[in-house]
Design a protein around this ligand. Sequence first.
Ligand code: PGA
Length: 247
Amino acid sequence: MKKNIVANWKMHKTRQEGLSFLAALDHTEHVGVYIAPPFTLIQDMAEFVRGTSVRIGAQNMSGHNSGAFTGEISVTMLKDVGASFVILGHSERRNIFLESDEEIAAKVERAVCENIPFILCVGEDREEKNADETQEVIKNQLVTAFSSLTEKHLKNAQIAYEPVWAIGTGDVATPQIVDEVHMFIQEVLSEMFSRETALRTPILYGGSVKPENFSALVELKSVSGALIGGASLDVKLFNQMIKMIKD
Ligand code: PGA
């Protein structure tokens, strides 16, 4: 399976900075390169990469398609400006903006109905990890998010295991933890759908990924790539990680 590298820029960069990043990006078709800038950069960046294999997407979207939802962006609007994927259920959406599992399920359903590829983030926080609840938390997040889906709806889905305690902390999960949790996610997908779907659905790791720890994580068979925050803002570091997959 081709490995993917996903940049989550969070609330960073202007349009000019986004385009300069793309001008210096060293991508290859052998690696799936996905970039999720802030909404305001999507159109310009999508136009810039048109005709290449690089995909530009969004970090979030509404679970509604239109209406009186001040400050929200719908999937139709995202597609209109050239977004070709969306990240759903990021832990910052869950924890800072208090998105519930049910709201995330509505967004997943919307993405599926509108046929936009999505990356669902799941992961436990430090307290849950210390209480040995990782599997329970992740299973619950997956089961709720995918409750209304059938196997065919997962065709365009990826899952990102992002332990909250590893995001932006420099405290990366060990390859052993990542491998165990990724296999557990495959088990849950097998139970919910089928073994085939479980093996076909890419599972990414995210949380303090940088060139120093990248290879050990991404070379695991259970890891289909990485979702990167901080280290994805620097095009030199991002290029280095693309090259590590390519080589
Ligand atoms: P980080 O962020 O790489 O800065 O830890 C990852 C994420 O939030 O997706």
